[in-house]
Write a protein that binds this ligand. Structure first.
Ligand code: FRU
Length: 504
């Protein structure tokens, strides 16, 4: 009897501290529950992210017919809360000008293009595979399409392409925004190893304004998927130019760098020439922001890396997106940095489990034990940790783990996925990745979000961010903090994330 009571208590504790594996996870191990992933087929970059009438639209690079990269379409998903996504019919199909590469979407509030007031206009790259095979350098051109029913149906503009290639092999990924002081659209375009800015009164006629970055920033690979956004720092406009790069990221492969500075409607002038990264981890790429969200800057990236994206061990689909993040600028030692924090909407699916203050870690401290029946969806917030050596092991009952930590000697955070389960599909996958600590204050704050096959680390309220994916044979649901000496943590909050299954 006593033993039965004990088991009951144990079972209740586990139910409270761990959410059970979902039916979807049982059927499709590694299927994220909180992150958007396509029902089937291949996905890469987020495209055309735009907000209108209470709905967040997420279009994406999509090959619906295979789980590897191939003829690109724009897939489409909608969310009202940035957490639950519903996949829609494919928005844009390949046409006689080529397949549909990355781009953006705007709401044409003033009907500048003449397609209709508040038309949703997509600006994308047509990639002609025939042109590429024929040896031309002009196989990537910019085109537009519009929708008068909030993205359900689309009409391609008959005057496409609207911006012809001058002879640059990599000429793509237009991100368009309205520049109010000049009453014109600005297109930020990736042109091989730099950015070219264009302007237009009507989205149809484009004129070159300036070029940026040939000798600035990281150049380990080709520049892709840029974005130009502005913030307000106590009345002072701060512009941020996001430039995705592949390869050449801080931890190998693809990654997102950014520049801070000013933009006058014609040229971007950096205020700092050091290379900064929005996410230092291996698995955030092609990240850009939503348009039409006012002063709220919402960012999301593709949660993979071109180094291995085509071979990761998932069956019916490949890849997920990161969670949406809100961007702000912060001044540290006289220099501007972008901080990314998890959107507050995620709080709605958080079920708090523990809230403890003044925790002393002597050697090891178990936050929650690993359980074979748990789904691995959690959020852990630690506040007021001294900048000393410590780590957190995310574990399962199979002995697999991902270790997240801080190394005082190098002033670096790290995520080590060496023993994270199935890593054999690519020889560079089983690795420890590092990121510098940017914050200058003594105490550190960390937020960790775990889903079935990913971890996002937001350190120092988003000044250092790392995203990492992994493929354990059972979700990593246990968390143990380890410190070589005594470590005092001011506050620890742990909760599970309870979502409806994605796409159902
Ligand atoms: C970035 C990218 C873009 C391109 C798209 C093709 O991941 O290479 O530059 O438009 O993917 O799918």
């Amino acid at each position: 009897m006593r033993y039965n009571n004990y088991l009951m208590t144990l079972a209740t504790a586990l139910i409270l501290t761990q959410a059970p594996l979902t039916a979807q996870q049982k059927a499709e191990p590694h299927r994220p529950q909180l992150h958007f992933s396509p029902k089937k087929g291949w996905m890469n970059d987020p495209n055309g992210m735009v907000f209108i009438n209470g709905q967040y639209h997420l279009f994406f690079q999509h090959n619906p017919d295979a789980t590897v990269w191939g003829p690109m379409h724009w897939g489409h998903a909608i969310s009202t809360d940035l957490v639950h996504w519903k996949e829609q019919a494919i928005a844009l199909y390949p046409d006689s000008l080529g397949t549909i590469f990355s781009g953006s979407a705007v709401i044409d509030v003033n009907n500048t293009a003449g397609f209709g007031k508040n038309a949703m206009v997509a600006v994308y790259t047509n990639h002609s595979h025939e042109g590429e095979k024929a040896g031309s350098d002009k196989f990537q051109n910019q085109s537009i399409a519009y929708s008068l029913d909030e993205g359900k149906t689309w009409t391609k503009y008959k005057g496409n392409p609207v911006l012809k290639n001058p002879g640059i092999r990599d000429f793509r990924d237009p991100k368009v925004s309205w520049y109010a002081p000049g009453k014109k659209w600005i297109m930020t375009l990736a042109t091989l190893d730099h950015i070219t800015f264009y302007s237009s009164p009507d989205l149809k006629n484009w004129k070159e304004e300036s070029r940026f970055g040939r000798t600035l920033g990281a150049h380990g690979g080709v520049w892709e998927c840029p974005d130009l956004i502005s913030f307000n720092d106590k009345g002072k406009p701060i512009w941020v130019l996001i430039v995705n790069l592949n390869p050449g990221g801080p931890n190998g492969g693809s990654a997102t760098q950014y520049f801070t500075g000013s933009f006058n409607g014609h040229t971007f002038t950096p205020d700092d020439t050091t290379t900064k990264w929005l996410d230092y981890g291996p698995d955030e790429y092609a990240g850009i922001t939503w348009s039409n969200t006012g002063n709220r800057k919402l960012f999301l990236g593709w949660m993979s890396n071109w180094q291995y994206a085509n071979v990761v061990p998932t069956k019916n689909w490949r890849s997920a997106m990161t969670l949406p993040r809100e961007l702000t600028v912060k001044k540290i030692n006289g220099r501007y940095f972008v901080a990314s924090t998890l959107v507050k909407e995620v709080d709605a699916v958080l079920r708090p489990v523990r809230n403890a203050s003044d925790i002393r870690v002597t050697g090891r401290y178990e936050v929650v034990p690993a359980s074979a029946a748990a789904n691995g969806l959690f959020r852990l917030d630690l506040r007021g940790i001294p900048a000393a050596d410590f780590s957190m092991a995310l574990t399962n009952t199979k002995g697999e783990e991902v270790v997240v930590g801080f190394d005082k000697a190098t002033n670096q955070f790290y995520i080590d996925r060496t023993r994270s389960g199935n890593t054999g599909f690519e020889k560079g996958f089983a690795k420890r990745h590092v990121a510098p600590r940017i914050a200058a204050n003594a105490g550190m704050n960390l937020t960790l979000i775990g889903d079935a096959a990913s971890l996002e680390l937001f350190a120092d309220d988003g000044l250092t961010v790392m995203t990492s994916i992994f493929f354990p044979s059972e979700p990593l649901s246990g968390i143990t903090i380890k410190a070589p000496g005594n470590l005092q943590i001011k506050q620890l909050k742990y909760g599970v994330l309870v979502t409806k299954p994605q796409n159902r």
